[in-house]
Design a protein around this ligand. Structure first.
Ligand SMILES: Nc1ncnc2c1ncn2[C@@H]1O[C@H](COP(=O)(O)OP(=O)(O)OP(=O)(O)O)[C@@H](O)[C@H]1O
Ligand SMILES: [Mg+2]
Length: 273
């Protein structure tokens, strides 16, 4: 694993240009000798500190794209670069939060779950504990710091996963439907909290969702993908829209619905769409 003491600072040093570039990326899977194209031809750019949403129908390749950006798999065509570097391998500059509640270590406490990746990346024990405590606090988990995952609600587990990712001081926070399995009320609360935390940490956010409402509430820009083999249907600026009761919100929601429905897809969106 790369040892990067301040990955955020290092990777953003490329100036004001895009931090992340996805250029004509195609991704195939080979299963049972058959090649299936999941991502057809996708291009978009993310500037430092932007909040970008990937929105698209189920199976269009959102998770696949996120995994390629995280460095877990390589594109079959095109190029993905972060701060000018391509051929990405997984690294602490790109922390990932998944949808599943079981992404925590069940045998470690909340505090230790957050501290563990810091230890792995070379921080001394006391410093790791100190940094972890800060992010446990930021995510409202201090009273639960000594609990184990089985003693937490789904929302609390996702908060731990967010704290753990942010404690690494990533340049980009990659989130794959992290609130998809939560009830509507918890989901709304975590969306609000995430907005506040992202503003405080200045992290760049790339967030995958099915939910149009979530996309508008969290994003600066929404990259709308067609179904698989996916391409970019349109990139919609939603940065000025925050109030769900405002006319502009209703307008952009209708626009995003229209873009998703163009494939004849059922517009999925969970409870809030
Ligand atoms: N490991 C794999 N091997 C083979 N095919 C895969 C693999 N992972 C995903 N796929 C296929 O690639 C396509 C895109 O999958 P992906 O999980 O990226 O979609 P998604 O947009 O994240 O869907 P969802 O919104 O349901 O999570 C799908 O057709 C899926 O079946
Ligand atoms: Mg997915």
């Amino acid at each position: 694993m790369e040892t990067v003491s301040t990955p955020g600072a290092q990777a953003t040093s490329g100036g004001d240009g895009p931090l992340l570039r996805v250029e004509h990326v195609g991704i195939d899977y080979v299963t049972g000798g058959r090649r299936v194209t999941a991502v057809g031809d996708v291009s978009f750019e993310v500037r430092p500190r932007e909040k970008i949403i990937l929105l698209g129908p189920s199976g269009c390749g959102k998770s696949t794209l996120l995994k390629a950006i995280a460095g877990f798999l390589q594109p079959s065509a095109g190029r993905i670069s972060v701060a000018g570097r391509d051929r990405l391998r997984p690294g602490p500059d790109r922390a990932v939060v998944f949808q599943e509640f079981d992404q925590l270590f069940p045998w470690r406490t909340v505090a230790d779950n957050v501290a563990y990746p810091l230890r792995v990346t070379g921080r001394p024990r006391a410093e790791a504990a100190q940094v972890a405590a800060r992010f446990v606090e930021m995510t409202g988990l201090t009273p639960a710091a000594d609990r184990y995952p089985h003693q937490l609600s789904g929302g609390m587990k996702q908060r731990v996963a967010i704290a753990r990712a942010l404690a690494l001081d990533p340049t980009i926070l990659l989130m794959d439907e992290p609130f998809g399995s939560l009830d509507a009320q918890t989901r709304t609360r975590l969306q609000r909290e995430l907005n506040e935390i992202v503003a405080r940490t200045h992290v760049t956010l790339l967030f995958v969702t099915h939910s149009i409402q979530e996309a508008i509430l969290l994003g600066d820009r929404v990259v709308v993908l067609s179904h698989s083999p996916s391409s970019v249907r349109e990139i919609v600026d939603v940065s000025a829209i925050a109030d769900p009761d405002a006319e502009a919100f209703v307008h952009v929601r209708r626009k995003l619905r229209g873009l998703l429905a163009r494939d004849g897809e059922e517009v999925e969106g969970g409870v809030d769409d």
